[in-house]
Design a protein around this ligand. Structure first.
Ligand SMILES: NC(=O)c1ccc[n+]([C@@H]2O[C@H](COP(=O)([O-])OP(=O)(O)OC[C@H]3O[C@@H](n4cnc5c(N)ncnc54)[C@H](O)[C@@H]3O)[C@@H](O)[C@H]2O)c1
Ligand SMILES: [Zn+2]
Length: 369
């Protein structure tokens, strides 16, 4: 059992919220958080998660509730689904005293969180993340939102939940590929903050229950500390962008190809390349950079840009990144294994070189296969 707290400054929220982590938390929800004062309980989930986890959750809620089950997947994280969610809340006469419980991956958390933060100018919501990625990343930090016009997370709000309830039991139904994708963000937390934790994260792609609990707790603690220190991403929170500048570009190109990558897979590639960039500009040792690629490969995550992607297209995508400032790419890089730095600029030739080298390695591997 473990409880962490994220405190946000008063201008963002009136209070802080607990993150409760425990095997079996779902089935004992009402002993963890008092649901009795709410006029109504509504659960927002998706049609993949519902068959596995609505029943255990209903044992935890211990009172009548309504379920809204959405189609799964990123392509439904849009305005049409959001409208449906608002309309369904209205249809069940949800009022200001209604609580929305979001049971699912990051898509459900982002959509449900945004719906709750806007319905009647904001009702309470509880995040119950059911993917590893959502447990260690998406559910913490108060960002909610939807995609619009092909741009991820273009519209949204900072909105703290009442609580985040993490039950690692729910990961038992998660496909292995989704699990590894979440592991990439755990590895990132280690790389920017804590070397020993990084090594623990890379030790196995199938951690046992006790190690998994330790990893989820470690990541929640690292992310919670960072977002508490910098809730609106003025400085330190940019550390969390490590691997994401190149990673997002790789991810968005892959999504348009016949071989889409999961978010964590693209971030794994981004981390390998951004570690190499860190070495090229003299921040990180070559040795450490190679160690990162080796460790990421060992857990079964990709380490090179898909050979089908073009360097020009990648560079163009990066220039559209929300993280840019005054038309310049601001990189989060590594100084050592366990310490990141933010707001770095890098000469374009160096970026081009590192991308070209990765594509070459990737093409060779393809020919050998
Ligand atoms: N708000 C934030 O700070 C933040 C941070 C990182 C990512 N995100 C967002 O999170 C989303 C990605 O989250 P995700 O990786 O969880 O994707 P997801 O929500 O699409 O879930 C992945 C797939 O796993 C299924 N699934 C979920 N839980 C399951 C379970 N326990 N068993 C079996 N199947 C299960 C889902 O139905 C879905 O098909 C993106 O939209 C991203 O933008 C938000
Ligand atoms: Zn990410």
């Amino acid at each position: 059992v473990s409880t962490l707290t994220v405190s946000l400054p008063p201008n963002l929220s009136h209070d802080s919220y607990p993150i409760h982590l425990e095997y079996g938390a779902l089935r004992k929800l009402s002993s963890l958080i008092d649901l009795s004062a709410y006029s109504q309980v509504v659960v927002c989930t998706d049609t993949t998660v519902a068959p596995y986890w609505i029943l255990p959750l209903s044992q935890g809620i211990q009172r009548a509730f309504t379920t809204i089950s959405l189609e799964p997947g990123e392509r439904h994280k849009n305005i049409a689904t959001l409208q449906r969610l608002w309309e369904e809340l209205a249809a069940v006469n949800a009022d200001r005293k209604t609580v929305l419980i979001n049971l699912g991956g990051g898509v459900i958390g982002d959509l449900g969180g945004f719906a709750a933060s806007t319905y009647m100018r904001g009702i309470d919501f509880i995040q119950i993340p059911t993917t590893l990625l959502a447990q260690v990343d998406a559910s913490i930090g108060g960002k909610t939102g939807i995609d619009l016009g092909g741009i991820k997370n273009l519209v949204g709000a900072f909105a703290p939940p009442r609580a985040v309830i993490i039950d690692p039991e729910t990961l038992k139904s998660l496909p292995a590929r989704e699990f590894r994708s979440g592991l990439a963000e755990i590895i990132k937390h280690g790389l920017i903050n804590d070397r020993a934790y990084f090594e623990c994260a890379c030790a196995s792609s199938h951690p046992d229950d006790a190690t998994l609990l330790k990893l989820i707790e470690g990541s929640c603690a690292i992310k919670a500390a960072i977002v508490t220190a910098d809730p609106t991403e003025k400085g330190m929170r940019k550390l969390l962008n490590f691997g994401h500048t190149l990673g997002h570009a790789v991810e968005s190109l892959a999504l348009e190809s016949p071989h889409p990558l999961l978010h964590g897979e693209a971030i794994a590639i981004g981390m390998c390349l951004e570690a190499r960039l860190s070495a090229r500009v003299g921040l990180l040792s070559e040795d450490a950079s190679e160690q990162i690629t080796t460790a990421i490969a060992r857990v079964g995550l990709p380490t090179e840009i898909p050979y089908t992607q073009s360097p020009e297209a990648l560079i163009k995508r990066m220039s559209h990144d929300k993280k840019n400032s005054h038309g310049e790419i601001r990189w989060t890089l590594l100084k050592t294994l366990g310490e990141g730095v933010w707001d770095h600029t890098i000469p374009q030739e160096v970026v081009n070189d590192v991308i070209a080298a990765s594509l070459k390695t990737s093409l060779h591997a393809q020919k050998d296969a």
